[in-house]
Each structure stands twice: as C-alpha cells, then as structure tokens.
Design a protein around this ligand. Sequence first.
Ligand code: AMP
Length: 210
Amino acid sequence: MSIRRLTLLGPPGAGKGTQAKMIAAQNGLSHLSTGDILRDEVVRTTRLGLTAKGYMDRGDLVPDPLIIEMIKGRIAGPADGFILDGFPRTVTQAEALAEITALDLAINIDLSRETVIDRLSSRRVCRGCGRIYNLLFGPPTDAGRCDACNDELFQRDDDKRAVIENRYDVYTKMTAPLIDFYRQRGLLHEVDGSGSTEAVLAEITTALLS
Ligand code: AMP
C-alpha cells in the first residue's frame, strides 16, 4: 500500500478510533490518537493532563499549541507510516502538521448529528484493553464486562449527553472546515459512516488501495 501517512476526520462518534485501530493493525501503521494520548496524560496526572482535563470534560478543544507540541515528537518517520485519529482538529493544527510532514490522504467519515448523539450516549469502553462497545449495536456478551479481557466497561465522562452536544457543535465550528482544507489540496476522500463497522472498513480499505 503506497498510502502510509493518513488522517481520519469526522465528528465524534463517527468510528475514527475503531477504524484507525483496524487499519493500523492491517497495514503496519502507528495509530496516533490525540484523545487516547490526552486521556493517558490525565490518568498519569501530568502537567499537560491537568491542563487538558477541564477542556476535555466540557467537550472543548485543548488549545492548539499544547496539542501541536504533544504530537510533534510522536509522528513516526516516513518509513513507518501512521494513521492520525482526532488530529488535526483545527485549521491551525492542519497547517502545523503540513510543516512537519506531508499527508498522503485525509479520509472524512461522515455522520449526522442525531446518529452521533445516539451512538456516543451508548458507547462504553473497556478499562483494561480499551476495546470499544456500543450497547445498541455491539453489546458485550456479559453486561458491563469486556469480551476480550473480562475487565469492567465504563462510560467516558465526555460521552454524557450535554457534553456530546457541545462536542458536536465544536466539531461543526472548528473541525468541519478541514473537509474543504483537504479537498482543496486534492487529499480528501469521503466515506459514509452510517453503515456497519465492516462496511465502513471496506470503504476505507478500497480508498487506500486506489
Ligand atoms: P477524542 O477521543 O478524539 O474524541 O478526544 C477527546 C477530547 O480530547 C476532545 O473532546 C478534546 O477535548 C481533546 N482532543 C483530542 N484531540 C484533540 C485535538 N486534536 N485538538 C484539541 N483537543 C483535542
């Protein structure tokens, strides 16, 4: 596969994390999720984590300079390749990224506001291995327990309804302009995010091979 530096765009709940994990594993790419990195900083109560937590709990974006500094050192060399998940989220971040490295492709996973709210309010995450479940579409076999490692499932604080609504509004205002940003640069590929995980993966895989 010649495409080895890509980003997944799309509203919260579009399935970026789930898809990015699968694509990274299938193609030997590093999976870089700014949300996962920040949550880890919060758990470790680092300086960045303590600053980021307030923004995250409200569903607001963490300020650009902090995010750009955080991602800079983590972007692997061109030989490895990476899939970015949740970055860039603003035009300023996209411009900073373009100075660090050139992307091969930006895939936008499209999903409506109503579907985002339904999906996120029923999302649960395993405390042990990070596997993502949806209580409506892909529940675990034992309620509240992970099928893979049997650890406890929890709801992210920012998956509560009021926060989800704010996250979607922030996405519309700050992140959706990136669709045009990458379209103008000939790097955009659009995918319908309303299908099953397998259907969306098949569409992305086709885009990567074309
Ligand atoms: P996510 O897991 O990608 O939905 O990210 C969770 C939260 O982390 C977001 O609601 C933001 O508060 C913060 N975050 C993640 N990525 C970024 C980013 N690229 N820029 C600013 N804030 C971010």
